[in-house]
Write a protein that binds this ligand. Sequence first.
Ligand SMILES: Nc1nc2c(ncn2[C@@H]2O[C@H](COP(=O)(O)OP(=O)(O)OP(=O)(O)O)[C@@H](O)[C@H]2O)c(=O)[nH]1
Ligand SMILES: [Mg+2]
Length: 435
Amino acid sequence: MPAPVLTPVVREQIARLGRADIMVGIPSYKNASTIGHVVRAAHAGLVQYFPDHRPVLVNADAGSPDGTGRVVIETEPPDYVESILLVRPANKLDRVTLTYPEIDGVGGKGAALRTIFAMAAALDVEALVVVDSDLRSIGPEWIELLAGPILKGGYDFTAPLYSRHKHDGTITNTFTYPLTRALYGLRIRQPIGGDFGMSGDLVRSLLARNDWTPDVSRFGIDIWMTTSAITGGFAVCQARLGAKVHDPKDPGADLGPMFRQVVATTLRLAVAHADDWLDVHGSHDVPAYGFERLADPLPLPVDSVRLLRSFADGAGAHADLWRAKLAGPTADALLGLARLAATDAGDATVANSFRLPDELWTATVYDVLLAAREDPAGIDALTDALAPVYFARVASLVGEAHDMETDEAETLVERQARAFETAKPDLVARWRDGR
Ligand SMILES: Nc1nc2c(ncn2[C@@H]2O[C@H](COP(=O)(O)OP(=O)(O)OP(=O)(O)O)[C@@H](O)[C@H]2O)c(=O)[nH]1
Ligand SMILES: [Mg+2]
């Protein structure tokens, strides 16, 4: 169990607030330039859509040196809502910013959210909405879309559904979406989107779990929440939020540590919850709430040359582990592609024609999952070894989607998800055989 997060400051805030019906929680780390917009949107959404609920907004910050917390408190005076919405709020909105405590010496997005969960539970909220602090495209209606299913629809967990640029969300597209869908049978398109709605029951259940790890304190938190909601038997839905526009990240440059934290957490959960997925066949849609929105997300540049260089370098570093843990033909195919990447990677045109097929990626992920079960202590090393293959898989998808619109690129993600489902019976057979 993680150390308790009810520090004196948190306790003080809980005592002052007493109770609340709905909470918006925002984790942050150096987001002073963007969090003001998120706070204003959340504030307006609470007033406009939930006038009869007692609201509170909590920012759990990492102690950002750029004044993120100050922006949360000082952005627009509370009466600005009256002037833009032409309504007088029935309930005063309390805005709180605090520095969350690390958990067992580890800070990060997950540690921030744990403080938010603890406060939500102590204030006995009916609904908790969490949103990222780097969002540009959030509006007041996001609060309604995420909390509405909880407060009005009887759901416990709302996952986001947004249009993202074809090169955004690469960990989701290549790993968490197809794997969550194939294992647990639920087509949750954005299992780690970052913006969620939760019932008070789910929050209490999350706090009572005893499978928190250092990766969950960081970016493992999102897949941990989603998988815990699924395996806990909670009612899950999605909400159509429109476009997701946020601080851009290039997968080759920025996403390595996040990939490792998300993947290691996903593997640990899959091993621990095998009984929840071994008997699941196929997959089904998850209800989606909200009106369909047609909005184009901003383009996101991706450096395929760099991705392929990381793949080629990674093959050198991880060849032994690939050979030891992956099926022979899978390791051979990857090493062959890595040799190709090493010779061709400098050229952007050639990089665009690089392909790592769906089936090869699926086989690699499933072999890694089987190896994780065999040796849970080796999960971090396995995840490190998978990262270069992920870079290559992203380069492959980027090249294949080069001339495609967002919708068409989506068919590639669906094709890959079907490949994960098609290969699942073999995964299950090997799992049961202990192979
Ligand atoms: N408190 C806290 N928040 C963090 C930390 N690192 C990231 N965050 C917050 O977590 C949220 C998501 O972080 P991003 O860096 O935007 O991650 P992303 O790549 O956009 O990931 P997605 O959630 O998939 O969109 C943002 O609100 C960050 O401010 C941290 O160390 N501490
Ligand atoms: Mg972001």
